[in-house]
Design a protein around this ligand. Structure first.
Ligand SMILES: C[S@@+](CC[C@H](N)C(=O)[O-])C[C@H]1O[C@@H](n2cnc3c(N)ncnc32)[C@H](O)[C@@H]1O
Length: 323
């Protein structure tokens, strides 16, 4: 299973903060092509996300130069423990590359840390079709309010000379420094999980069902793990449709999931109905934000009862080993 889901650049319409009321099926229109096409001036291609946001062309010639610079940086640090970065982080899990350009650094770091999720963000989509499965490329303006909900263990910037005004640099470094997890969705799921524990109906069934089946005696057990996107932000058409359905599952289902557990078993004390509604309203807003690419793990586990023959062999083995 791929560790990440490729994002549809149509959902980077910076003028659109909410896709809840739109017709999901008719959304893929001019934005993606406009972002990909860029705008040409003096024979060079530039980004179109925000007029005047960058003086750096985003075209093949410039990408070639970025690739050479990437190799140059690695070459001159080749005798160090880690030529890609020197920040004192041993095992980063969430990594951000601001102004990723061609994405060389993000791709190499994703290869170096296959367990991590590496996000490269730029005003122009990077060229090339192939990415490591744990590398996500996003088209966005980093000077806008950040909508990433997870804090980053490592944030990288390189060759951003002249990219921002002094005030923008200050704001950007502050944003990097102050980033903290403030996701209402995380709050909601953590609260609901805690309530499930309080009631002794743990909600981690996804992680325990395989062992429970093994314990009961099922054999030939298999499993398939999925990433279900929430909302139509995935590029792949099947995942996009899955995201639409999952979005509806969430919006229709979340009050039901939260209300009973939180009003009866909320930790440290049961919540009021109003408190649940306030949090749900915030979660709903996040679900509708096209800049947030939420997904959920799902797991399918299946097996079968052993045949009479298999049971006989097993009991003979047990008897044999007992002698
Ligand atoms: C010289 S390139 C550096 C590429 C890359 N960091 C590297 O070292 O290979 C600068 C990049 O910053 C991007 N950039 C400039 N302003 C940006 C902004 N506000 N948000 C996101 N990316 C931006 C440009 O589009 C350009 O690709």
């Amino acid at each position: 299973m791929a560790m990440s889901i490729e994002i549809d650049p149509d959902y980077y319409d910076l003028g659109c903060d909410n896709y809840a009321d739109t017709d999901f099926a008719s959304e893929t229109t001019s934005l993606a092509s406009c972002v990909y096409r860029g705008v040409f001036e003096n024979g060079r291609r530039y980004q179109t996300v925000r007029e005047g946001a960058s003086w750096c062309p985003s075209d093949e010639q410039q990408f070639e130069s970025l690739e050479a610079a990437h190799l140059l940086c690695i070459l001159l640090d080749a005798n160090t423990e880690n030529p890609l970065f020197h920040a004192p982080v041993k095992n980063p899990k969430q990594i951000l590359d601001i102004g990723t350009g061609r994405g060389n650094w993000a791709i190499d770091v994703a290869d170096m840390f296959p367990e991590a999720t590496v996000r490269g963000v730029d005003l122009f989509p990077p060229p090339g079709d192939w990415l490591p499965p744990n590398c996500i490329m996003e088209v966005d303006d980093v000077l806008q309010h950040w909508t990433w909900r997870q804090p980053f263990d490592l944030i990288h910037m390189r060759q951003l000379i002249g990219a921002f005004t002094p005030e923008e640099w200050d704001a950007l470094f502050s944003q990097c420094y102050n980033m903290s997890p403030d996701s209402s969705m995380v709050q909601f799921t953590e609260a609901v999980f805690r309530a499930g524990m309080e009631w002794n109906h743990p909600l981690d069934t996804l992680d325990t069902m395989r062992t429970a089946m093994e314990k009961a005696g099922f054999v030939d057990i298999h499993e398939k793990v999925y990433r279900w996107p929430v909302g139509p932000w995935a590029k792949d058409p099947t995942l996009k449709e899955a995201g639409r359905l999952h979005y509806h599952q969430w919006t229709a289902g979340m009050e039901g999931w939260g209300m009973y557990l939180l009003t009866k078993f909320g930790v440290p004390t049961p919540w009021t109905k109003e408190e649940v509604h306030v949090l749900l309203a915030r979660v709903r807003k996040e679900l509708q934000d096209p800049h947030i690419h939420m997904w959920q793990y799902a797991r399918r586990v299946w097996g079968r009862k052993p045949t009479e023959e298999e049971l006989k062999v097993k009991s003979e083995d047990v008897t044999g080993s007992g002698m």
